[in-house]
Design a protein around this ligand. Structure first.
Ligand code: KIV
Ligand code: NA
Length: 271
């Protein structure tokens, strides 16, 4: 019998076996991941990857719920964590509570993730105290693209590094069960990992982080342009294009479908 990994179990992995995490937005891929990863994130990156948006800013709670449900249905073991999208939680702890409870009730996921450090600490505490496991996310926070101005790496000078360290400390003290560190200088990711109590999950972080996460489509080689921190473990883009080109050729040549792909009439019934 398979039981789901829980947020407290992930929290207890600090300094232990690395936490393996990937994103998924889709039942079939989630099923393939389920035996190999500990945490599946239904990231708001789905806006860019699945829906062709330029940024994650336009992503809605409804989009997160549709994809979150699909991933929960496709899995039995991994902890499913769903991103709260931009504009659905920042105004107040109460707003965040309403959005997070709706997401958990309507998807069956086990946790939510939200972006932001010191400014979100009160909200993280409010949710955790009311039964909602929260994954933090500091460093590059893509929902803030319009104030940040670019997706470049953060914390590469001392002043910015100390801001991000304070952000991570605040989210840790507020009770997050883990913290994503995105696109920050490697020594900073290492230092945060040494200092904070919950496990850190790096993406453009450090091998010293307590876990790692990548966007599935990026590591499979489906992403058009990918950041420096992505390692491609497959090149599915060219493989898919090759399959589609061969199919098109065979349809045009009438060599597909072959006899093995078509149905013979039924023999008449004996009377
Ligand atoms: O939306 C997402 O995929 C994420 C990960 C990159 C951490 O937030
Ligand atoms: Na995200």
């Amino acid at each position: 019998d398979v039981r789901r990994i829980t947020a407290p179990e992930i929290r207890a992995r600090k300094g232990g076996d690395p936490i393996v995490s990937l994103t998924s937005y889709h039942a079939h891929t989630a099923q393939l991941l389920d035996r190999h990863v500990d945490v599946i994130l239904v990231g708001d990156s789905l806006g860019m990857v699945m829906h062709g948006l330029e940024t994650t800013v336009p992503v809605t709670v409804e989009m997160m719920i549709v994809h979150g449900r699909a991933v929960v249905r496709g899995t039995r073991r991994a902890l499913i964590t769903v991103d709260l999208p931009f504009g659905s939680y920042e105004a107040s702890p109460v707003e965040a509570f309403h959005t997070a409870t709706r997401v958990l009730k309507e998807t069956g996921a086990g946790a939510v993730k939200l972006e932001g450090g010191r400014r979100m600490a009160e909200t993280v505490r409010f949710l955790v105290d009311r039964g909602i496991p929260v994954m933090g996310h500091v460093g590059l926070t893509p929902q803030a693209i319009n104030t940040l101005g670019s997706f470049k790496a953060r914390g590469r000078d001392d002043a910015e590094a100390s801001e991000i360290l304070d952000d991570a400390r605040a989210v840790a003290q507020a009770g997050a069960f883990s913290i994503v560190l995105e696109a920050i200088a490697e020594p900073l990711a290492r230092r945060i990992t040494e200092e904070v109590a919950p496990p850190t999950i790096g993406i453009g972080g450090s091998p010293a982080c307590d876990g790692q996460i990548l966007v599935l489509e990026d590591m499979l080689g489906l992403g058009a342009r990918v950041p420096k921190f992505v390692k491609k473990y497959a090149e599915l883009g060219p493989a898919i294009e090759d399959a589609v080109a061969r199919y098109a050729e065979e349809v045009r040549a009438r060599t597909f479908p072959g006899p093995e792909h078509t149905y013979a009439p039924r023999a008449p019934k004996a009377s």
